[in-house]
Design a protein around this ligand. Structure first.
Ligand code: ZN
Length: 353
């Protein structure tokens, strides 16, 4: 064991020493006149390069100088993104290719494929090395060694000054999502969700049954297998399925099978129709939690089922509560539920309500 530690320490020190020699170059030995420009697609005169590069960048990219070890701004960069040639913007490496080599310069174990980096034999300074240059503009990047510690065995030793780093944009979250919920009479449920901040639209309709394009009358007869549902489109930046399901649990009773108050029948069943695995998981987690914490005296009977199809109800069912506030059912059944919701979610109401 001890022997192994010594051996490793020795290897590490040797590696470090070798790296310092390997990457370092003296300014005196620079060979700008030998730059291989045979295949470059971007050709500029030194004066033109000086206009777009900093003095230090020009020294490295065009005069093959080497920045002092442990000084480069990208040495410890661990952000996700792409490393580009500082001269021409060609994409050369990604964050996944970078590793910590302890050699004092940013190191990569492979390059972005497509011949973007050119390898040139370099016998300067009494060493036999492989110089790497940007294939597009001929800019000097650094050197390539075959002593890399990863599976590729390669170490692209690159000057920070030769590179520009572009951070990957955060993955854009899908802004709108849709969920279909059965919580008894859709008039109530729709009215409440329309007040929740982040809800873009709510439609009343039917889902979960076997009859195509059912009418309200057919569904009321209880023979279609459909449940009265609301289909909610929501902005995931302003609300979440978690919140929507919490509201769901306050606006209906999830413990009564095929019944909501006086409304009885399969069409009034409590059901969540999920569209993807994430929605299913969220729904099941909330139900498990409610049961575990015994939030209700009875177990939650809400069904969690895959969404198949939604049939929009007749126009006069849409936005029913707001159009019929003086109606007895609205006053007796819906209004108390709305008041309860407003109290519980007072900070989450749409501002214009
Ligand atoms: Zn370039």
């Amino acid at each position: 064991m001890i022997k192994l530690i010594y051996q490793n320490a020795f290897l590490y020190v040797s590696f470090l020493a070798l790296s310092l020699i390997a990457c370092g170059q003296n300014k005196e030995n620079k060979t700008p006149q030998n730059q291989d420009t045979s295949a470059v697609t971007i050709f500029k005169t030194p004066d033109e390069w000086k206009k777009i590069l900093s003095k230090d960048q020009f020294g490295v990219l065009r005069n093959k100088e080497t920045e002092a070890p442990y000084t480069g701004k990208l040495l410890y960069n661990k952000d996700k993104g792409v490393y580009k040639c500082a001269g021409c913007g060609a994409e050369l490496f990604t964050d996944e290719m970078k590793f910590d080599s302890h050699c004092g310069w940013p190191s990569f174990d492979k390059e972005i494929e497509g011949g973007k980096i050119k390898k040139i034999e370099d016998n300067s300074q009494g060493m036999h090395r492989t110089e790497i240059v940007c294939a597009k503009c001929g800019g000097h990047l650094g050197h390539l060694f075959d002593d890399g510690p990863t599976a590729t065995g390669m170490r692209y030793c690159v000057n920070s000054l030769s590179l520009n780093f572009e951070k990957t944009e955060k993955v854009v979250q899908q802004q709108y999502d849709t969920i279909t919920l059965g919580g008894g009479c859709y008039w109530c449920v729709e009215a409440i969700y329309e007040m929740l901040d982040g809800v873009k639209s709510v439609e009343s309709g039917f889902s979960g049954g076997t009859v195509a394009n059912p009418s309200y009358r057919e569904v009321c007869m209880g023979t279609t297998g459909h449940a009265e549902v609301v289909q909610i489109v929501y902005d995931t930046k302003k609300t979440s399925l978690d919140e929507i399901l919490k509201v769901f649990c306050t606006v209906h009773d999830p413990t009564t099978l095929n019944r909501q108050g006086a409304d009885e029948g399969e069409q009034y069943r409590s059901v969540i129709f999920y569209r993807n695995a994430a929605q299913k998981k969220t729904a099941e987690e909330i139900i498990n939690q409610l049961n575990k914490e015994k939030v209700y005296n009875q177990p939650v009977v809400t069904a969690v089922q895959p969404f198949k199809v939604f049939y929009k109800a007749e126009d006069y069912h849409q936005d029913y509560y707001n159009a019929n506030k003086s109606n007895g059912y609205c006053k007796m059944v819906i209004q108390p539920k709305i008041e309860k919701f407003e109290k519980l979610f007072k900070d989450r109401l749409k501002k214009n309500n």
